[in-house]
Write a protein that binds this ligand. Sequence first.
Ligand code: G3P
Length: 217
Amino acid sequence: MKFFIDTANLDQIREAQALGILDGVTTNPSLMAKEGITGEANILKHYVDICNIVEGDVSAEVISTDFDGMVKEGEALAALHPQIVVKIPMIADGVKACKYFSDKGIKTNVTLIFSAGQALLAAKAGATYMSPFIGRLDDISTDGLGLIADIRMIYDNYGFDTQILAASVRHTMHIMDCAKIGADVMTGPLSAIKGLLKHPLTDIGLAKFLADYKKGN
Ligand code: G3P
């Protein structure tokens, strides 16, 4: 299972990278705005800064909603750095753009997936990744993890290569549940990733080992 961090915060990306378990980064316009990164030039520079911190794929989202605009923007994003994955919204022109990029060998991440039917379209269009937003489904009393399980079954039925990138992950249990279902990738906040470290018995056990060592030395 690949671990992506879902943020545009460089300190958090550095911290996750330093743990040695990071496989990539996802961003979106809201995450950029949260870090105060505005204006095209600053946004493009920020993507390159992120690529220079991590070794894996970095999703950069197009703002256009028409095919021509997405192609122009996506090609410029892909030219920024070899690690860039063009992130495209799940709309009709987005599906067309996804097919265009996959035919050209440019990596894609189809985002804002909320149904298995949308996931099937993304796979048919040759998406590298597709991002079902599990937290936002949970927010409206719909089973986000159930969607991941449905997509896993459909992709396995037909041997689709598109990777299920569980997104809108909010907490540590989301990560573990996605791992049990077989999501290929999860993207979440640093807090959810660090939550995996924690167990009180680890802390108690370590304290005892250190205390016993001190007794003998
Ligand atoms: O990866 C998608 C993510 O950025 C959305 O998360 O918490 O805004 O639903 P959230």
